[in-house]
Design a protein around this ligand. Sequence first.
Ligand SMILES: NC(=O)c1ccc[n+]([C@@H]2O[C@H](COP(=O)([O-])OP(=O)(O)OC[C@H]3O[C@@H](n4cnc5c(N)ncnc54)[C@H](O)[C@@H]3O)[C@@H](O)[C@H]2O)c1
Ligand SMILES: O=C(O)[C@H](O)COP(=O)(O)O
Length: 525
Amino acid sequence: MTIKVLIGDSLAPGAIDIFKARGIEVDVKVGLSQPELAEIIGEYDGLAVRSACKPNADVIAAATKLKVIGRAGIGVDNVDIPAATKKGVVVMNTPFGNAVTTAEHAIAMLFAAARQIPAASARTQNGEWPKKDYVGTELFSKTLGLIGAGNIGSLVAERARGIKMKVIAFDPFLTEERAVELGIEKVELDALLARADAITLHTPLTDQTRNILSRENLEKTKKGVIIVNCARGGLVDEEALKDLLDNGHVSAAALDVFETEPAKEHPLFGTPGFIATPHLGASTVEAQDNVAFQVAEQMADYLLTGAVTNALNMPSISAEEAPRLKPFAELAEKLGEFAGQVSTEGFDAVEIDYEGDVCELNRKPLTSAALAGILRASMKDVNMVSAPSILKDRGIDLKETTVEESATYESLIRIKVRVDGKWRTVSGSIVNGQARIVAVKEMTLDAKFRPFILFINNTDKPGFIGGLGSVLGDAGINIATFNLGREEEGGDAIAMIGIDQDIPKETMDKINALSQVRYAKVLRF
Ligand SMILES: NC(=O)c1ccc[n+]([C@@H]2O[C@H](COP(=O)([O-])OP(=O)(O)OC[C@H]3O[C@@H](n4cnc5c(N)ncnc54)[C@H](O)[C@@H]3O)[C@@H](O)[C@H]2O)c1
Ligand SMILES: O=C(O)[C@H](O)COP(=O)(O)O
């Protein structure tokens, strides 16, 4: 089957070669509006973007085949991740590929602002010689305040220390150890505002960081401060920045990113001391090659092998792990389907036990696969990506346990689903490379998964097999496999009958009417 990817943004051309070399068809359509994208997205298994292409909820709703959205870059605020997760679409980015380039841009903007290079250059080339108008600020020994000290913030810190600035940082997730390692001082936001001669921002745009340099906070800064934002528009109150540049409190400001992009007109444009670049932070040949090649490899890996790297809504699965995990993921999903189909009345807790060698594997994807199976009985479009968040949204408890030794099998996965306070339990293993059901409740058996299994919980009394055989025979239903398990003679028992076709309702009524039958249902796999 052909796998098709759409490149919806200006990616380095090497990405196309990577997809093609791996047998994936590629279309490049840059500049599509969201309705235009929604119209064609149904053809594609993958969508590669930067920040201009914005797959919103409408685009994702129309994406019937889509499995992965790859962001050639860091920020994913242009992608509706909750919508993608609900739809089972993996969203991945390239968290490091453009970090150095962006840090260099932030440093360049800092120098440009401190010395007003763009304005001085423009006026010099205009035939003026405005030497007296551009007495700048030396950065040596000044204090740089970083808001956000993750990948890019850390790289900026290293570079700023190289030019002998003192660096302080506000980042609630920065540990003291990391701060010491970086040679910087961790401070609270108010201290940073009061002490920094220049402030650079390096956080994503979130509910907590939006407007972090609000008017109030900008007013708390030192007079003459320089502000640089190469992270995201929306972090700085642009109107307040204009007022504070106008009244001289802020000596210079450099923005690479704007609340509304593209920013073709803006009140800040033309303000003395203000420098703008058009979201160029990641725009170097090196960074664009890095992110384009990396995103193409990651997307191709996922589409072709199931390996997951740098996903924001799914646990990672390395290329090495993917083939080892595959049979266990299939087993977990099928056991989940079993548990889900016998719990359609609704359940409020799920427990997944891993025993034996399977404990050594990356179990997160296995749990996601099991949950997808469980939920599939009550909803159509669920997969490993969407299942964990759906379970959480429904307020269903999830517990995982591991026991490194397994009594009988090399590996065993047990799924328990709680319905009305009672657990329904199914266990499975891989036997001779095949997924098998090895126990239901505590009753052992050895049954293969088949497209149709008639599952019966009965009392172990004579006449059951004969009675059932006659009902199925009369209805012309062929039995392919027959597996039995029981607690003790005359006690609780189960039967798993592999059948070649579905069973009509009137035949099911006859089966349910057999005196030994407590519960009977056709399960589909
Ligand atoms: N201008 C560009 O072209 C360009 C290029 C690359 C990245 N970026 C943007 O730069 C930003 C940072 O990228 P990164 O790779 O360093 O990300 P990162 O995740 O490595 O670092 C972000 C840091 O922000 C910190 N943070 C989160 N919430 C915070 C808060 N409320 N206050 C202070 N700090 C907070 C985190 O703890 C983390 O350390 C991203 O938003 C990305 O989109 C822009
Ligand atoms: O988050 C990022 O990686 C940057 O903002 C780069 O965006 P771009 O790929 O649109 O240049």
